[in-house]
Each structure stands twice: as structure tokens, then as C-alpha cells.
Write a protein that binds this ligand. Sequence first.
Ligand SMILES: [Zn+2]
Length: 493
Amino acid sequence: MVMHRKSAPLIMLWMLLLPLATLHARPKDSGPYSATRAYYQRLITPAKPDIAGLRLFFTLMPKGGDIHQHFTGSLYAENYLEWIQREGCWISKSDYSVITPKDTDRLKDTVSVKNLRSNRAMSSDFFTHWSDKDYANHYHDQLPPDAQFFNTFIYFSKIFNSNRNYYREGLLKLKERAKNENVQYLETMFVSPGYQKSDPVFDSRARSGVINIDNKDFRTLLDSFLLGVTRDTLFNDRVHQYRELVESSRKGVDDENFILRFQSYVSRNSPPSVFFSGLYTAFYEADKVNGVVGVNIVSAENDPVALGDYRLHMQMFRYLKEKYPHIRTSMHAGELASGMVPPEELKYHIAEAVSVAGAARIGHGVDIAYETGALSTLMRMKEDRIPVEINLTSNEFILGIKDEAHPVRLYTGSGVPVVISSDDPGVSRNSLTEEYVLLASRYRYSYDEVKQFAANSIIYSFLKKDEKERALLLLQKKFTEFEGRIADFARRK
Ligand SMILES: [Zn+2]
């Protein structure tokens, strides 16, 4: 396979820009690029890397984009509390869910945000439900980490149903946070498509027989189901609502130094009809709605439905990629660990996402070392320039995969492009900066490699070509400023 045609010129642009500092540097150079590289090297070289020094370094370093980020999971529980209070809602004392004035049967056992905040024990307990906070302290009777993590999403949606303005406010909060840590682009999984259709007859037929779109009966089944979807008046209404939400929420958010884009997505833990109608709507929206640049598949990959329907989902992606070849997909795949699922479930997920579903990017890819076709998948990802989005904190918490067990070096060692991302910084209570600190302190990538990871987040984003070129030039400008500051600091101290 040849290099991915669309990204090749951009990689060349970045490679041309990258050595500028070195080319201009004098021999035994004291130029900003070399001084920064040397400064960084001193931070990661000791047996125990200088974590505080790396925090300062990566807080200031331009990081390009965060392109694997879930909107609701990126906001902190404190943000939600503020809105719950403003909206005149309460928190349930029994399960910490949001109670609105409409929940007339549940108004008794509630606490106001003000009283919650003033009750230290209750407040601590609230945060353990709404995020991973204090999990490592064994503060409460523990859920398994994957259940703890994914359960938090149960809480988030209700406040947005109360007042849709919080979508915009949340996006502005994420923008402010991004700019504060020198991130210039967010590609966030915003909301799932508004339309989904349940059809139990389709569900049982889709799960039986040959699951492959090369099979005539299977293809006919998908064709006729989609015909029903497109004839449903609700479909157009919901797409219209989705478009309005996207347009009103992102209006005026982009500026000279910041770009926001969305992915639509569908949950892998729904019946086949709900999944397929949602996935079709997601592709349709990515095609028709400005600002929506891609499609993803989300939720716990180890749940029984996700495992049982995995091959079916990949065929559904393949079918829709035929209809919408220009729509790009980033797919959560291989977010699994040994012992979490039976061994045979670790054998094929990334391979199928790449070779069947046509993923343009892989999210997580943690179980690659167990896959039967790992060698050819890695070669394919290298040659087709299909990057893996690495989420170190999330993988450590949900899967217990960290340090030497994490496959990030397997990917970089195989020549697969790598992107560093945050996944759910609100739930994990982390940031993109902390992801880089972990990466550098654990795996000691060189400064040039780290810089390439930052550039990859633009090169492999789903921005248009001209937008990418502008974003890369901005990133290069930011690096020049950054290296100037670090070099100055290193010289004076
Ligand atoms: Zn994710």
C-alpha cells in the first residue's frame, strides 16, 4: 500500500518545517530548538524523571489538537454542579442523579447544590459517583473500574435536556481549557444522532445467517431497513434538530487560534436496529451538517452486546462507507485487556476495524499484541497512515494497562503514527498536558518524537486540507515561540 494520499503532502509540509530550527542553527548550536531539546532531555534522563519539570514543560508546549475526546466526559463534575444549581435542580441523596422540578415523585429525598457543597462527606461521595475521583483511595465500596467509569455517563445528560444552552457553555468551557494548555484544535464526540429506530424483527434476522455485505440476503436486509428509515418523517425532524443544536452550539467558537469540530457517534451496546439506524444517521449528519467531520463508535467494548455484535457492527460500517466513502471514521477498537473478556475476543477487533470497517483512525488499540493478525494490521496501519489514538490515563484506569504493558512503543516501533489524546478528562480528572507528562516520563520519547505526536493530531485530524495546512503553520509558529521561551529560561537559570 502506498502512503495515504491525503495526508502525504501534509506530512511533507511538517517535515519541511520541523528541521528549520536545526538547519538555521550554528554548529555546537545554542539555538532555541537545540536548547529546548537539551532541556527536555535533562528532564527525562534521570532514573526518576523530573515530573514537576515535565509538567511545566508540557503545560507550555503547544500540543496541536485533542482529537479523541468525549464532550460530556470532558467536563468536570464541578461544571455540572454549577449548572444544576443555576437551573434550580437538586441531587438525589440515594443515587446522586439530577432531580428536576418535573420529577414530582422524587423530590423528597434530595439535596440542594448549596447544601451538598457544605456537607463534606456527601460532597466527596458525589464526586466518586460523577467521576473517578478518590477511586485509588478505596474511599467507598468499589465498583470494578470499567463499571465505575462508564456509569458516570448516566448522570450527565439530564442537565442538557433541562436547558440546551449548556451545550454551548460546555463547549466554551472546553475551549478555554484547551487554550490554557496550548491546544488549538478540539475534535470532540459531541452528541449521538437524534434518530434511532427499534425493530425486533430486524434484530433477530441481522444476528442470524451470514453476516457479510457480500451476501445478497444480508445486503437486502440492510437496504430495506434503511429504506424504512429514510421514509420515516421523524428521521428528517431529528436530523434538523441535530443540525440546529450543532449550529447554535458552535457559532462564533472558532477564532484565529482555535478550531472546534465534532464527531457524531453511536453506542455499540444497542440492539442491531437501534445501532444501525443511529449509525446511518451519524453518517448522514457528518455528510450534511457543517462542523461534523467524522463518525465514531463508543461505549464499553467488553459488554455482552458489543462483543456479540462486533462483526455485525463492522459490516454495517463497511456498508455505510460504501455509500459515504468520503466520511471519515475514527473507531474505538481493542479497548480490552486479557482477563476482561474470553481470550478469543482479543483476536480480531482492531483488524476488523481497519480492514473491514475502513477506519481512518483507531481509538485505544490496546489489545493489539493478542490479535491473530497483529503483524499485518500493524503493517497496514503504518503503510496506510492509520494512526492510533493513545489514551494512557483512561487505559490505566479502565483496563489496568500501564507502563511497559502498554502497547504505545509497539505502535511507534512498528512505524504506526501515534496521536496523544485525553478521552474523558472530566471523568478521569486529567488533562492533555498530564497525558504528555505520563508519556514522556514512562516511555522517554525524544523531543522530536513528542513534537511529531503533537503535529500528528493535526495531520490525522478530520479537518479539510487547507484548514490542516493553516493549523500546521500556526503550530509551527507556536513551537518557535515556545522554544524561544524555554531556551531563554534554560540560559538564565
Ligand atoms: Zn473514547
